[in-house]
Design a protein around this ligand. Sequence first.
Ligand code: FES
Length: 109
Amino acid sequence: MIVCVCNRLNETSCRDAARSGQCRDVACMYRVQGCRPRCGRCVPIMRDILSDATVARLEGLAGFRNVLVHEYAAVDLRRVHAGLDRLDDFDAFIADVDTWLARRPQRRG
Ligand code: FES
């Protein structure tokens, strides 16, 4: 399926870009594929693809949490150290939350 008509980007290449872990924002999704947004119609889809990839990466962290909480005496410090290399996942999650907050209707109070 074509995601971006202007740049001829298909869904597979966009999901690959998101899964690469290089992108925290939508602009990067275009940059790593050698282009930039033009008309902008695809930006919401691109944002959803990036968010799906973040969710998948964070799901993997749940297992790490279980190691820490349920097998505390058997914590492998090498795995903990390896997990610290994944702090970008939290940055991606924060970017998703920022996007979600920006899309919410403003409350009047
Ligand atoms: S459809 Fe992607 S920039 Fe126009």
